[in-house]
Ligand binder design. Sequence first.
Ligand SMILES: O=C(O)CCC(=O)C(=O)O
Length: 340
Amino acid sequence: MSSSSLETPPRQLVTVTGGFAGTRRNAFPSARPPGYFSPDADPAAVKSFYEANGYLVLENAFSPAAIEALKAETTLICRGERGELPDQPNAAADEPDDSVLQRFLCIHFPHKCSDVMQDAIRNPATVQTLTNVIGPNVKCMQSMLFIKSSGKPGQAWHQDEDYIPTRDRSLTGAWIALDRATVENGCLWVLPGSHRPGILWEQKWHGDRRFDCAEESVDFPYRDDEAVPVEVEAGSVVIFNGYLLHRSLPNQAPAGTYRRALVNHYMSCESRLPWGKTPEGDHNAHYDYRDIIVVAGRDPYAYRGYADIQKPSVRPSGQGGCDKWGGGNRKYRDEAKAPA
Ligand SMILES: O=C(O)CCC(=O)C(=O)O
């Protein structure tokens, strides 16, 4: 990554949260870094860490039983038992679960086919923290279910607002760990404080086998060695700002293991959402994507009604090439050049 000529303010991170972090049941990670909070933590300390750093970990947000239910549901979705997935054969009755799960890196919009996934969007501890960091009125527009078995790639540096543009910079991810997430199995990495300049950095194709087909943010003024791994126990939720630079690395854990995570995206209800293709005849400035779920407070645009736009889809892992993703002709650095 090279340094930018744009001035960015000093980050002034909050680096100590001991004493404010609430009770803790989790034992992992054993040395508790700053930014790990329980649902009963002091809301002011949670908000102050989040505003300075752009992320936080909410521990014990989901019970072990809820996590087991989400993992079982993940398997049913991948088997095609919650509806056929585009370009994916439903699993044969005698195909083992492991063989099915290993076909998938990530399924987008699982809440569109599964009540269990949809219920997770309203998880009380998560919603309470979202109202603390976003405001009283919160809506959800997206879900992604990462399966990421060992050998599967990560996703290169990026900012989620590059994909989901709010008008008030309120986009917030809630990354729910379904398995313990470690450096070895490809946990999230964040650049603390990188949300604060409010700049969306240029994105380019990376050609790097460690990552899937999504582009990489470049030319931002932070170094890889400033990044922090966010290792968490299953049931914890990483909450992060839509401008925060983050990435994940490949799952290098032993074969047959997974780093599953359900990621839901939220924003303030006050912002309209000009996401996706503006419908014919509408103006960008008026368009408001309405395939949303209000999880807290009130929606001032309720008069516009609600829509059912998205269907579950499957994200390519890059292992079959990236040519069809984002306009084509994306070769990994080690791929043979196509004959002229
Ligand atoms: O979980 C991962 O591997 C990547 C998730 C991510 O980058 C995101 O949700 O924006």
